[in-house]
Write a protein that binds this ligand. Structure first.
Ligand code: ATP
Ligand code: MG
Length: 398
């Protein structure tokens, strides 16, 4: 048996926007590291997450396998705040070991078997290392070329061997998984997503998690006039999204009776927007109770009649909390592509009957007047109603 020059398997993480931060960068990094540790708890593997110079390294316990390193890499690829995840090898800090490790990694790769064009890219974060990065590139690149006869292509390589020299070790790797980008969840605070079970709101939730918000989910069901299907769907969506943030909670409001009173209060054309305002008012009440400081919806400008500029204005007017609408400028096809990518589309496309199906007027108002809506709300006693609705909420914890 020949000894491998590849030291221990580990995972190397490249930070996203955090690198642009100034004095508070450390706060973001600490949050990110805590999120990474949380995400890895499910793997049941004792890992050591360490901050290095501008990167984060995850060291695995002694004797860990490359498969375990891959499982770690795949899990952290869902954690917002990272742009690249590399399954790497940690080797001793001398040029000869690095050279052998590089050769071995390339020898094992599929690309080498195909005769791929390659490049070596070194980075020397510790300037005491005896070779400069371009010297290391040439040393390792020359050896790979001699050993396997692979052509060098610095501009457009099919296989890149990366070498990163750190204070205590050298990391060697090829390839990587793109991360989610964005900011660490929690670094921007907490918010409440109005989650319908449709295609848009799960995508909106995901986009705001990526901007550093930890979110709770609020769903309005048509109960007692509909089945519980929409709740199951909302729950399945929350489960799917939980991998990006952890500790997700779904709150469900039985909204059927409130909708019935809206319908009987006349003004058919205003019913949809009146209902949306009541949802927002209830959401605001819930947000105060759970200390969320913003509401999030999946609205996209002009997509349906409730999303015209006038109607969006009427919605903003219903509450004091900001309503974040990350999809406001997105086309439906773009939203669907993102939903497919994050795995929510197939759940959203399941048939269901949420509360909105109960209230579908033949012609919906596209230019709702706030005065008319206030009249309806006075008749309903909306201020009192939304407190009652918030009281009747049910919590589903994952
Ligand atoms: P979605 O695909 O998210 O359902 P949509 O295109 O169907 O959006 P609407 O049904 O008009 O649009 O809803 C706009 C937004 O209002 C949704 O993105 C969501 O944030 C919120 N919303 C609508 N219905 C509900 C509901 N039953 N429970 C919670 N939020 C809802
Ligand atoms: Mg909908």
């Amino acid at each position: 048996m020949t000894m491998s020059a590849l030291g221990e398997p580990c995972v190397l993480l490249k930070l996203g926007e955090i690198v642009l931060k100034g004095k508070n960068r450390e706060v973001f990094e600490r949050r990110l590291i805590a999120n990474i540790r949380d995400a890895l708890k499910s793997l049941d593997l004792k890992v050591d997450v360490r901050k290095r110079h501008g990167v984060i390294a995850i060291f695995l316990p002694q004797g860990a396998t490359a498969e375990q390193a891959r499982a770690v890499a795949e899990r952290v690829a869902d954690v917002p705040g990272l742009v690249w995840i590399h399954q790497a090898w940690r080797v001793a800090k001398d040029p000869d070991t690095v050279l052998k490790a590089g050769l071995e990694l390339v020898g094992e790769s599929e690309e080498a078997k195909r005769g791929a064009r390659f490049a070596v890219r070194s980075r020397r974060r510790d300037k005491r290392f005896p070779l400069r990065s371009n010297e290391l590139d040439r040393l390792v690149g020359g050896a790979i070329n001699d050993e396997y006869g692979l052509p060098v292509d610095l501009k457009n390589p099919e296989l890149t061997v990366s070498i990163e020299v750190d204070r205590d070790e050298v990391f060697v790797f090829t390839g990587g998984i793109p991360g989610q980008g964005g900011l660490p969840v929690g670094s921007s605070g907490r918010a409440l997503v109005l989650m319908s079970g449709g295609i848009d709101s799960p995508v909106a939730a995901y986009r705001m998690m990526r901007r550093g918000l930890h979110v709770d989910f609020l769903h309005f069901s048509g109960i007692p006039f509909t089945t519980s299907e929409s709740i199951y769907k909302a729950y399945a969506l929350v489960r799917k999204l939980d991998r990006f943030q952890g500790r997700s909670r779904l709150w469900v409001v039985p909204f059927g009776k409130a909708q019935q009173s809206i319908r009987t209060s006349g003004q058919d054309r205003l019913a949809v927007i009146a209902q949306r305002r009541l949802m927002l008012k209830t959401a605001e009440e819930v947000a105060h109770r759970i200390r969320a400081s913003a509401l999030i919806t999946g609205d996209a400008l002009g997509q349906v009649s409730s999303q015209t500029l006038a109607n969006i204005t009427a919605q903003d007017n219903a509450v004091e909390l900001p309503i974040l609408r990350p999809l406001v400028g997105w086309d439906k096809t773009e939203i669907m592509a993102e939903a497919r990518r994050i795995g929510t589309l197939e759940i959203s496309e399941l048939p269901d009957e949420d509360c909105c199906t109960l209230l579908a007027p033949k012609r919906a108002e596209t230019r709702a007047k706030i005065e008319d809506l206030r009249q309806i709300e006075k008749r309903l006693d909306a201020e009192e109603l939304c407190v009652q609705l918030a009281d009747s909420i049910q919590e589903y914890t994952l």
